[in-house]
Design a protein around this ligand. Sequence first.
Ligand code: SF4
Length: 726
Amino acid sequence: MEELKKAACFFCHMNCGMLVKVVDGRPVAVYGDPEHPFNQGAQCPRGASALDHLYHPNRLNYPLKRVGARGEGRWQRISWEQAITEIAAKLQELRQKYGPESVASAGGTNRTDDWARRRFFNLFGSPNVTHTAPVCWIPNFLVETAMYGWSAFDSEVMGSRCVIVWGHNPAASYLPEMRALLEARQSNGTKIIVVDPRLSETAAKADLWLPIRPGTDVALALGFLNVIINEELYDHDFVENWTVGFEELRKRVQEYTPEWAEEKTGVPADKIVLAARMYATLKPACIQWGVATDQLGRATSAGAQARATLRAICGNLDVPGGDVMPGPHPTLITDVEMELNELLSEEQRAKQLGSDRFKLNSWPGYRLLQENLVRVWGKGIPAEWFCEAHPPTLWRAIRYGQPYAVKGLIVLADNPLTSYGNSRLVYEALMELELLVVMDYWVTPTAMLADYVLPAASWLERPVLTSTYGVSDWIIASERSTAPLFERKTDYEFWRALALKLGQGEYWPWESLEEAALHRLEPLGYELTSYEDFVHQIRFDFAPREYYKYLNQGFATPSGKVELKSSILEKLGYDPLPHYVEPLPPSTNASEYPLILVAGGGFMPYFHSEHRQITRLRLLHTEPKVSINPETAKELGIREGEWVWIETARGRVKQKAWLTTQVPSGVIQAERGWWYPEKDPREPVLYGVWESNINVCVDDEPDTCDPLCGSWCTRSIPCRVYRVEG
Ligand code: SF4
């Protein structure tokens, strides 16, 4: 029998629509869905490799239990029943001995149903759930939410006359977004300004490229504000009626002249003035920021504050062709409504690691934001991603037992040895655990250290219902193309099984993910007999697009207006106005580390640390590359294609030199996420995780993190580079 299933690709956040041809229950072909609004039939190489992923001989297929030393690679295949029984018993033991906060969880990006994880942990009593949230999308989102009551992340590029692409390279990482940019220029004459130290693939297509010094984004934004305010280019009507704090802002930005910004950023003052005028006068305009702007250490939130201010004073918030605040889906039972956050006691909330210090991305800030969001939108943002334990503080708690002991960690769709800064410390922490459970598609370097490794179902084997991290007003639904192969399961099934063993049964009435999804869809009012009905008949539900929502409901802030001087940030003890701060404290060993390392940046065909074992993708990009300007390389005696050491005060790894004028002299850009699935999985090699994994070189010392959200710096790290001899 032949069927066509409607799926969505979850190999990155674009969630492109896919059609899967299934013959006798077996997926045999995956096509881009021409009717899907996100990709209109297109597929990137990752999406095109879906079947290789599904049938790969190295996929995890059965639960495994460690029977040798950690990292020795000696496993025993066990049943799911045994795995769940033993894990549940150990969790009980840890809870009794050390308290529920002694068990934590680390998650990956958008592969899992995070509301189920938070539901489990709220019922278990631990606030220590985390992701790489401080360096991935969340700081910008939260600062904007503090200032205007939801992130305006839905940039309407097609109706815009000017787009600033800031710290983002969609031409290499999100192809549908790049296509929209080019179409906007072709059909509407939209001007594209790109802010990037590197002449990226996107910058190469820009009308104006602003090659800033790495990490100085906030100086550029402050320079723009100075020009726009002093030249009276802002939207007077909007500022007068819908903002508070403008006069304080005006005073504050006087010191940030274009000449001052030139000194910090290296971009000539006249170009800064030109870009500021373009953005302020070509209306409507939007700012598309990327996660590079979340990775600026101490300057992360300050940059977000300045960019949010630009959007607001130029009148580009929630207007057609500007930056639209989607708000929550009005009728779906959203992620936050599934999390049961109300069941976590105040006493346990107060124990969330890092919440005494990094307050915007943890319970103190979340509580303040949520009050306003619920008042205006009727519902708030999820605790998953937006209210989390601070990862560097978590690793230290596991490693050193301070401020208290953390003894158990459950890792889902995440590979902490490659995805968090300071990989050596992460390793030391993982080795201290009494219980490490990893659920994944593969035995990763992190999984090699686990007590239990559990096989995860991928997007062809599971239904997905998402409203993009639970913070958008659209729903995307997809169905399973096949039942999970072998003994793979969804994370929902894992959490539910564990919950039932731990006496949480009354809170988990839905036996399958489809049942849970159907429950969440009920308020939409469709006549549905099954979740698959929804996928086949409806599939997407976009709330009717509304602009200028603030005219009726105000902004979801304490004043009901855009708070250019944020009362929420002030209440949390932070500077309420945009300001300048360097990403890292001044270096004490600048002569030892004279170059600047940019550690990361998305690149095709990989997503984070994934896909290196997929042969057809690996052939496109076989080895890690570090971009070095030819002048710098010449000074250092480095030739094209040579292996070089990249060394910082934290550690060193090697990648292959790629000489290119895309990066300026004195700056290098290394690739992230590298491990070698073809190498020895056992200690001390661990699939070569210490060889080229750039997070070995990244520091995560809490004193150098962003004070609001705890972001560590990956974008302007002092380093040196030299040839690998022999
Ligand atoms: S990996 Fe490629 S095909 Fe899949 S969602 Fe992302 S851009 Fe689309």
